[in-house]
Design a protein around this ligand. Structure first.
Ligand code: NDP
Length: 403
C-alpha cells in the first residue's frame, strides 16, 4: 500500500520496524534510517530472520541536517515519515517533509537542545505550512502522549457530555535488574523527570517543585504504587482540545532507588545540559552520562513485570449524571521482548506510532495541517490497539485512590 521511512534505530525504532514489517499489507516498503547504520542493519537482519523474506532497507542519515533528509526522501519517495529519533530532530524532519511533499508522524514534541523545555508551540507554528502543502503532520503518537490522548478523546466521544477532571497515570512495575537505568533515551528521560511539576487547574497552570505532590495510586493487576505529579506534554494539547477540563494532571510512579539515583545525579552536576570543558574538550554532562548508562534498547532480555498506563476521567456522562471512568492498558515486558526484542516501554511507544501511521495510510487520519492525535476519530485507533498487542480495559465508577 505505501512506502514509509522510519528515522531512529533505538528501542522505539526497533518496535516500529518490527510492527510495520508484521503489517506488510499496509507498509509495503520500509526504509529504516538513523545516525548509526549498523544499528539499522541489526534490526533489519532480525526482522529478516523473524518474518522470512520480509526485507527492509536501511540508510545512514544525520537527521539534524535537513539537506541530508531531503536527499534521502527524494531517493526513497515515502508517503510518510515516522520520526522516532529524538525530539531535537522534529523540526528538521518537518522541514524536509515540507520540502519534499512527505507526511509526518512523531511520538514526542520538539525540545531545543540547550533548554529542557518541551512545548508544542514550535510544531504548532507549522500549521499553515502543512495545510498549504496539503500534508498531514500527526504529533505525539506514542503511548503518553498518544494512547492517553486517544483514550481521552474516546471517553469524551462515548461516555461524557462534560469531562471535568483528567488524571493520566503511568506505572512501570517492571524490574530490569539494574541499579539504575532509564526506560527510554536517558538524556530525554532525565530532562523530563527532573523539571518542575506542572498541572492544569481552574483555567491556569499550577507549578510545583519536582516530585512535590505524590500519593499511592492503585494500578490494575499491580496494586498501590507511590505516584508523583510531573509535567507531561499531552496536558498542553488536551486542555486546549477539551476545554471543559477543570483539572488535568499526569502521575508517574518512581521507586525510591530510582529517585535517590536521580537526586545524586542532579546534585553532582551530571544532569547539566550546558557544555563544560574537560581536558580541553567540550562535553555535555548529561550526554556523557547517557554514554555510560545502560542502553534502554538492551534492557529487554532480563526485564520482568508490567507497565500499566491509563486515564481516569470524572465528569458528567451523556445523561448529565456524575461518572468516574478509567481506561487503561497493561503491557508485559517479557511479552514485548519475545515479540520484538525490545522492552515494554519501547513497545508501548512503538506500537501506537505504527497504528497512527496505519490510520494515516488508510485515509482515516488524513487532513492537511498539524494535529495532536486527540483531534482525530479515536474509534479505529482503539480497535487496532486490541489487534496490535495493546488491549485496553474499562472500569466504570471504580477509583484509583487507596484512601
Ligand atoms: P533511543 O535513544 O534508544 O533511540 C534514538 C535513536 O535516534 C537512536 O538510534 C539514535 O541514533 C537516533 N538519532 C539520534 N540523533 C539522531 C540524528 N541526529 N540523526 C539520526 N538519528 C539520530 O531513544 P528511544 O528509542 O528510547 O526513544 C525514541 C523517541 O521516542 C524519543 O523521541 C522519545 O522521546 C520518544 N518516546 C516517546 C514516548 C511516548 O510514549 N510518547 C515514550 C518513550 C519514548 P544512535 O543509535 O546513533 O544514537
Amino acid at each position: 500500500m505505501a512506502k514509509v521511512i522510519i528515522i531512529g534505530a533505538g528501542g522505539v525504532g526497533t518496535v516500529v520496524a518490527h510492527k510495520a514489517a508484521q503489517n506488510h499489507a499496509v507498509f509495503t516498503d520500509i526504509l529504516l534510517a538513523s545516525r548509526t547504520k549498523s544499528k539499522c542493519d541489526a534490526i533489519a537482519d532480525a526482522i529478516g530472520t523473524r518474518y522470512g523474506n520480509k526485507k527492509i532497507e536501511t540508510a545512514q542519515t544525520d537527521a539534524d541536517q535537513t539537506s541530508e533528509l531531503v536527499a534521502l526522501f527524494k531517493r526513497f519517495r515515502p508517503e510518510l515519515v515516522i520520526n522516532v529519533a529524538l525530539p531535537y530532530q522534529d523540526l528538521t524532519i518537518m522541514d524536509a517533509c515540507l520540502e519534499t511533499g512527505v507526511n509526518y508522524l512523531d511520538t514526542a514534541n520538539y525540545e531545543p537542545k540547550d533548554e529542557a523545555k518541551f512545548e508544542y508551540k514550535w510544531q504548532w507554528a507549522y500549521q499553515d505550512k502543512f495545510k498549504g502543502a496539503g500534508l498531514t503532520a500527526i504529533l505525539g503518537c506514542g503511548f503518553d502522549p498518544g494512547v492517553t490522548s486517544v483514550f481521552t478523546a474516546y471517553a469524551a466521544k462515548h461516555h461524557f457530555s462534560k469531562p471535568e477532571y483528567l488524571d493520566i497515570v503511568d506505572c512501570n512495575a517492571g524490574d530490569h535488574g539494574k541499579a539504575f537505568a532509564t526506560n527510554f533515551n536517558p538524556e530525554i528521560n532525565i530532562r523530563e523527570v527532573t523539571q518542575k511539576g506542572k498541572y492544569w487547574e481552574g483555567g491556569k497552570w499550577v507549578v510545583t517543585e519536582p516530585h512535590e505532590i505524590h500519593k499511592p495510586l492503585t494500578y490494575p493487576n499491580i496494586g498501590p504504587k507511590e505516584s508523583y505529579v510531573i509535567y507531561h506534554e499531552e496536558l498542553e494539547s488536551l486542555v486546549k482540545n477539551f476545554p471543559t477540563l477543570q483539572r488535568a494532571r499526569f502521575w508517574m510512579t518512581f521507586g525510591q532507588e530510582y529517585l535517590t539515583h536521580l537526586r545524586v545525579i542532579q546534585n553532582i552536576g551530571m544532569a547539566r545540559i550546558d557544555p563544560i570543558l574537560y581536558n580541553g574538550v567540550e562535553i555535555v554532562p548529561i550526554q556523557f552520562l547517557k554514554a555510560v548508562l545502560p542502553d534502554p534498547g538492551e534492557l529487554g532480555k532480563n526485564y520482568t513485570g508490567e507497565t500499566s498506563i491509563g486515564c481516569r476521567i470524572k465528569g458528567l456522562d451523556k445523561k448529565g449524571k456524575e461518572l468516574t471512568y478509567y481506561v487503561y492498558n497493561n503491557c508485559l515486558h517479557q511479552e514485548a521482548y519475545k515479540e520484538t526484542g525490545a522492552q515494554g516501554v519501547s513497545y508501548t511507544t512503538g506500537v501506537p506510532a505504527v497504528i497512527g501511521a496505519m490510520m494515516f495510510l488508510k485515509g482515516l487520519w488524513k487532513k492537511p495541517g498539524v494535529f495532536n492525535v486527540e483531534e482525530f476519530d479515536p474509534d479505529p485507533f482503539m480497535e487496532q490497539l486490541n489487534k496490535q498487542g495493546l488491549p485496553w480495559h474499562e472500569i466504570f465508577n471504580g477509583d484509583l485512590e487507596t484512601d
